[in-house]
Structure formats: C-alpha cells, structure tokens
Ligand binder design. Structure first.
Ligand SMILES: Nc1ncnc2c1ncn2[C@@H]1O[C@H](COP(=O)(O)OP(=O)(O)O)[C@@H](O)[C@H]1O
Ligand SMILES: [Mg+2]
Length: 309
C-alpha cells in the first residue's frame, strides 16, 4: 500500500509518501520525481529499481564486497545441476526464489537439483512464471534479522533493528520461512545497524527516505543482506514506532515535510519487546515479562469440588 499525504506547511503544498508494499507504484512515483520537486521523500528511482531485482541487487553487493549470499540466475532447467555443483556444499540445500516480488513469492529451500527443477517447472506451468525469473542462492540457516532506517541526503537519522522468530501460515506452506512474521522482537545489534548503514551508503551516498534491510546469518553466524526494501516501510513498523524513544513514521513525516528533526545517526533500541500477529487477531505489542500475564499453571490448581447430588 502507498499512502501519499498532502499537507500544507507554511502555506506551501507538501506531499509526503508513507509507503508499504506495491513496488511498482513506488517506482513510478520515484521516476516522476521531477514533477514533485523536493516534495517526494523516496529513494532515487535507479536505487528503487536495483532493489526491486533481487538478483541484480545481490550481484551489486557482492561486486562491492558487501555480504550477500552467493547467487546464480537460472538460465534454463538444464543449468540447475551445474548451479548445484557450484553453490551447494556439504549437503546443504540451496534457496530458490523469484528475483522480483515480495512476500517470499516462489521461495523454498531445495535439497537437490531435481527438487529445484520440479519447483521451477511447477511455477512455470501452473503460475506462468518463466524459468529465467528464478535464482538459486547459498542457503542461510541462521537468525532472520531486519534493520529499518530513515535517511536524509546521505545522513542516517534513525535506525532500529529486529528479529523475525516465527512466520504466519508456516505450518501449511512448503517453506516454513516467509517474509511475514508472526512473532518479531526488537534486538540490540549495533554491528547489524552499522553494516546496513555501510550498505546503504555504498549504494547511494545521497540516500533519502526509508530503507528496510533484510538479513540472514550464514552457517558461521555472519549476517548477509538478502534484500533492501527501498522507500517502503516494513510490516513490522508498528513495533518500531511504538517502542523506543522515537516513532519512525513520525520522524519520516517530519523530515518529509521539512520540519526540524533533532536526530543524527540515532540507534534507538528498546530490547525485549515483541510484536505478535495472527490471522483474524488484533496485533499486540508485549514486553517479555507480559507474556505469561493471566496464564496460570494448571498443575498447581486446586481441583474444584464436584457438587454432591
Ligand atoms: N539465501 C537464503 N537462505 C535462506 N533463507 C533466505 C535466503 N534468502 C532469503 N531467505 C528468507 O526468505 C525471507 C524472504 O526473503 P527476502 O530477501 O526478505 O525477500 P522478500 O521479503 O521480498 O520475499 C527472508 O526473511 C529470509 O528468511
Ligand atoms: Mg523481505
């Protein structure tokens, strides 16, 4: 979803865009930048475009010697054996996914070349996705981390970090992992925040707007960047807005409308806060110690006396 907000600041019309989802709309707006002048608070169109293609993005990061999973494009089904020989080591699976789109579309771990061929053929035949839209990457088995930051003209203003612990509908999908977490927690990871700042600056020294970096640790616990959502707020934003010292969306809107913001390179962490989401349930933010409020251990309950009849 994209939320353009029209405001009047000191008599002038200002457009702030609080964006979530739909990459194409963000790109169209960013491309039409000249018509908006300074009023559009989105990253530059070439950067939005680069981030929209996960294969091109991963290649750029690796060319810059920044940590991203080794990734190959699938040119044809016949290439898959060769890609497995190159990327799969010690029986580890590979991560198969579609280079464009969100929500882990077409993403799954594959243990063999035959599994990858079947999965990709299925998507080609049943969902109309061409074979060449797929990539295979080295599998990252570690922690699933996120870092959202707000930037203005190449300066980091506010950064928050979080970890995805479980995923919606993971029980009924082929892949247990997805982009939509059921349980997320705030974490203090200054090295992750610093790495994400390095990555964003390397891609655009004049970065402006919101950047959501997704990372996953490899087998050695080293975090690698799997994607950047450039100009788009993460669905975890409620957790980041409502915990810590600063509300990220409020800071974003203040910057977009040219209001004074007294922050500079602020890493804002309120640890041990959780965002709990489920289908047909109101999302909740809890502190760790609140998890068992109202929950009683049935083992210590005194059995109720049955009424005598
Ligand atoms: N190489 C990989 N190995 C293991 N899991 C991965 C890999 N790349 C991405 N993932 C998982 O897939 C999820 C979605 O990937 P991501 O890069 O964030 O794309 P998107 O959210 O656009 O689908 C991530 O949260 C991560 O857990
Ligand atoms: Mg993601």
């Amino acid at each position: 979803m994209l939320y353009p907000i029209e405001l009047r600041v000191r008599g002038a019309k200002v457009v702030a865009v609080v964006a979530r989802g739909v990459k194409r709309a963000r790109l169209a707006l960013s491309r039409a930048r000249r018509r908006f002048g300074k009023r559009l608070f989105l990253p530059r169109a070439p950067l939005v475009e680069l981030c929209a293609d996960k294969y091109r993005f991963t290649r750029r990061l690796r060319a810059l010697r920044l940590p991203a999973p080794a990734t190959c494009r699938v040119g044809s089904l016949g290439e898959i054996d060769r890609i497995f020989a190159r990327l799969a080591h010690g029986g580890a699976p590979l991560w198969c996914r579609i280079r464009r789109g969100a929500g882990s579309r077409g993403a799954i771990a594959v243990a063999t070349a035959a599994q990858a061929r079947s999965w990709i053929s299925y998507w080609r035949d049943m969902r109309g996705v061409p074979v060449t839209a797929f990539t295979l990457s080295e599998f990252l088995p570690g922690r699933d981390l996120g870092c959202q930051s707000i930037w203005k003209d190449g300066r980091p203003i506010l950064t928050k970090t979080y970890e995805r612990l479980s995923y919606l509908t993971s029980g009924s999908q082929p892949s247990e992992v997805s982009s939509v977490p059921a349980l997320t927690k705030t974490v203090r990871e200054p090295e992750i925040a610093a790495l994400c700042a390095r990555v964003i600056l390397a891609l655009d020294p004049r970065a402006s707007g919101v950047f959501g970096v997704d990372l996953r640790q490899d087998a050695n616990g080293v975090a690698r960047v799997t994607e950047i959502n450039a100009g788009r707020f993460s669905s975890t934003t409620n957790l980041l807005d409502l915990t810590g010292k600063h509300n990220m969306t409020a800071v974003y809107v203040a910057l977009a409308t040219g209001e004074p913001v007294e922050l500079a390179d602020e890493y804002d962490v309120a640890e041990f806060h959780y965002l709990l989401r489920d289908i047909d349930a109101v999302p909740r933010i809890l502190r760790e110690e609140e998890f068992f409020d109202g929950v009683h251990d049935a083992r210590h309950a005194t059995p109720r006396k049955e009424p005598a009849c």
